[in-house]
Design a binder for this molecule. Structure first.
Ligand SMILES: Nc1ncnc2c1ncn2[C@@H]1O[C@H](COP(=O)(O)OP(=O)(O)O)[C@@H](O)[C@H]1O
Ligand SMILES: O=C(CO)[C@@H](O)[C@H](O)COP(=O)(O)O
Length: 484
C-alpha cells in the first residue's frame, strides 16, 4: 500500500491525515494545537507540525506529503533565514488603515484588475505596509516574505537558519502555489505572475539594497522537493532514492476544495475559525466592491471566495456564556423557533472582514423579557453565524457562480443545529460530508499528484443531506438589523 500524507496547518491547530493513495481511505490521523492570538511565532507551527506528524505515526512508511495552511499570514525572514517578528495572521486587523490607504492610492478597480481582489486587513500586502510604517527597523531587515504553508514547506525540506536546519538559509528555495499566492495581493491569478511594482510601491525596496525574495510559484501537481534529512524525520530506508516527495501545498480553502472534489454547482461553506464560502470556477472572478476575493484554486482553476472573521468561535463564546458544551448548545438552539423569538446576534466579536468593519463589536438585538431565553440565544448565535455566510453566497452568485448544493465542512459543521439551521437559511440543499479533515485530505491528494503525476480519483461520502426548509424570518430579521 502506498501512503500519502496531507497537513492542514490552520488557525487553531495542525491536523495530519495519512491516506491510502489508491483508495483514498484514511489510514491514520494526528493533531496538535496552535497558540491563541492573531500574531504567532512560526516556530510554534513547526513544533505543532512535528507533534501532529508524530501523532499520526510518523513518515517512515509515507511516500509523499503536502502542506496546506491558513492563508495570508505574513512571515518575514532576514537574509539568514531567521523569522524577524511573529507572523501577523489573516484575522489580525491592525493593518485595516494600511488597506484603506492602498485602496486610496491605487483605486479598488486597479487592485482588482491587477490581483483579482481588493485588499482588506487580512491580505499580506496590507501587513507589509503596516510593518513599514510601524516597525521600520524590522521592515529594513526583510529579505524574503512567505506565507505559513510556504515557510513550513521550506522547513520540512530542510531549509532554515544555519544551526537549526541541515540545508541552511537558502531563500531561493522558498516555494508556494497559485492558491496561496493569490491571497497576498501582489500576485495575479489571471496572469500567474507577481506584481513587483505593486509590492515595491506598497512596501518599498529603498534602503534594503536588494530585491525581496518571493517564493517560487510551482505548478499544481508539481513537487517542491523532498523531505530534508531532518533529525525529526530522518529519511527512512524504505523511502527510495528520491526520498519523501513534498508537494506544492495550498491555501486551506483551496485544499478543502481539492479534498472534497468540489465540482460545478458545489459551493463549499467552511465553518472553522473563519467562515468561508467558495466555489471552483473555470474563469477568474474579480470584484471591485471587495466582497468576493478572486483567488486561484489548487488545480489551475479559480476559487472566488467570501470570508468572515467570525465563525465557529461565535458558538464557542455563546456556549461558554450559557455554560454548556457544543452538543447542548445545538440542542438548545433546536428547541427555539426559527427567528429566535426576535433575538438577533450580529456576531462581529473580532471586528469583521465581510462586511469590512474591522473595528466593530458584536451586538445582540431584540432583547425583551419574552425573547431573552437560553434557547433563543443559542439559536440566535447559529442564525447570526449562518446569515453572514448566506450573504456570501449571494455575493458569489452576483459574480456568476452557480449553486446547486452547499457542502458544509469545518469544525462547527459537526454541530447538528448548524446543519438544520443552514437548511433554513440557504436556498439550496445542504450536504454534510462524513466527519473528516478535508483541507488535510486535499493536501494528501495533492501529495499523491506530486508523487505519481496524476490527481488521485478519490470520492467524498456524504453523511447527512438536508433539503431546503426556508424560514424567511431569519434572513429578514438579520437584514433589518444590518441596515439599522
Ligand atoms: N460540534 C461542534 N459544534 C460547534 N463548534 C465546534 C464543534 N466541534 C468543533 N467546533 C469548533 O470548530 C473550531 C475548529 O474548527 P476547525 O475547522 O478545525 O478550525 P480551524 O481550521 O480554523 O483551526 C473550534 O472553534 C471548535 O470549538
Ligand atoms: O483568510 C482566510 C481566507 O481568505 C481564512 O479562511 C484563513 O485561510 C484561515 O482559515 P481557517 O484556519 O479558519 O480554516
Amino acid at each position: 500500500m502506498t501512503l500519502v500524507a496531507g497537513v492542514d496547518s490552520s488557525t487553531q491547530s495542525c491536523k495530519v491525515v495519512v491516506r491510502d493513495l489508491e483508495t483514498g481511505a484514511t489510514v491514520r490521523t494526528g493533531r496538535a494545537s496552535h497558540p491563541d492570538g492573531t500574531e504567532v511565532d512560526p516556530a510554534a507551527w513547526w513544533t505543532a507540525l512535528v507533534a501532529a506528524i508524530t501523532d499520526a505515526g510518523g513518515l517512515d512508511d509515507v511516500a509523499a506529503i503536502s502542506i496546506a495552511g491558513q492563508q495570508h499570514g505574513m512571515v518575514v525572514l532576514d537574509g539568514e533565514g531567521r523569522v524577524i517578528r511573529p507572523a501577523l495572521l489573516w484575522n489580525d486587523t491592525r493593518s485595516a488603515g494600511a488597506a484603506a490607504d492602498l485602496i486610496a492610492e491605487f483605486g479598488a478597480a486597479d487592485l482588482a484588475e491587477r490581483t483579482g481582489s481588493v485588499p482588506v486587513a487580512s491580505f499580506t500586502l496590507t501587513k507589509l505596509r503596516w510593518l513599514q510604517q510601524n516597525e521600520p527597523q524590522n521592515a529594513a531587515r526583510v529579505a524574503a516574505v512567505a506565507l505559513p504553508h510556504d515557510w513550513l514547506t521550506w522547513r520540512l525540506r530542510g531549509y532554515g537558519p544555519a544551526g537549526e536546519s541541515p540545508l541552511g538559509p537558502v531563500l531561493a528555495e522558498l516555494t508556494t502555489d497559485r492558491s496561496d499566492a493569490s491571497g497576498t495581493s501582489y500576485w495575479s491569478p489571471a496572469t500567474g505572475t507577481y506584481d513587483r511594482a505593486l509590492l515595491d510601491a506598497a512596501f518599498g525596496n529603498s534602503g534594503k539594497g536588494h530585491e525581496l525574495v518571493l517564493p517560487t510559484v510551482i505548478a499544481p501537481g508539481a513537487h517542491a522537493g523532498t523531505v530534508g534529512r531532518l533529525p525529526e524525520f530522518p529519511t527512512p530506508a524504505g523511502a527510495g532514492a528520491t526520498g519523501i516527495v513534498v508537494g506544492a501545498g495550498a491555501g486551506d480553502n483551496a485544499g478543502a476544495a481539492l479534498g472534497l472534489g468540489a465540482a460545478a454547482g458545489d459551493v463549499v461553506v467552511s465553518i472553522g475559525t473563519s467562515g468561508t464560502v467558495f466555489a471552483v470556477t473555470e474563469t477568474a472572478v474579480r470584484d471591485e466592491s471587495g466582497t468576493v476575493a478572486g483567488f486561484a484554486d489548487a488545480t489551475g482553476l479559480f476559487l472566488p471566495l467570501v470570508a468572515t472573521l467570525n465563525a465557529a468561535r461565535i458558538l464557542d463564546v455563546v456556549a461558554g456564556l450559557l455554560g454548556v458544551g457544543h452538543e447542548e448548545l445545538g440542542t438548545l438552539a433546536l428547541t427555539a423557533e426559527p427567528g429566535s423569538g426576535g433575538l438577533v446576534l450580529q456576531p462581529y466579536f473580532e471586528g469583521e472582514r465581510t462586511p469590512n468593519r474591522p473595528d466593530a463589536a458584536a451586538t445582540l438585538f431584540g432583547m425583551t423579557l419574552a425573547s431573552t431565553t437560553r434557547e433563543n440565544l443559542a439559536r440566535a448565535a447559529v442564525e447570526g453565524l449562518l446569515c453572514g455566510l448566506a450573504d456570501g453566497l449571494g455575493a458569489l452568485r452576483d459574480r456568476g457562480v452557480s449553486a446547486s448544493r452547499i457542502l458544509l465542512v469545518g469544525g462547527a459543521a459537526q454541530n447538528a443545529a448548524v446543519g438544520v439551521i443552514a437548511s433554513e437559511v440557504f436556498d439550496v440543499p445542504v450536504s454534510i460530508p462524513e466527519p473528516g479533515e478535508y483541507v488535510a485530505a486535499g493536501a494528501a491528494r495533492q501529495a499523491g499528484w506530486a508523487l505519481t503525476g496524476e490527481l488521485p480519483a478519490w470520492s467524498t461520502a456524504i453523511a447527512v443531506e438536508h433539503p431546503v426548509r426556508t424560514a424567511a424570518v431569519i434572513g429578514e430579521q438579520y437584514r433589518a438589523v444590518a441596515s439599522a
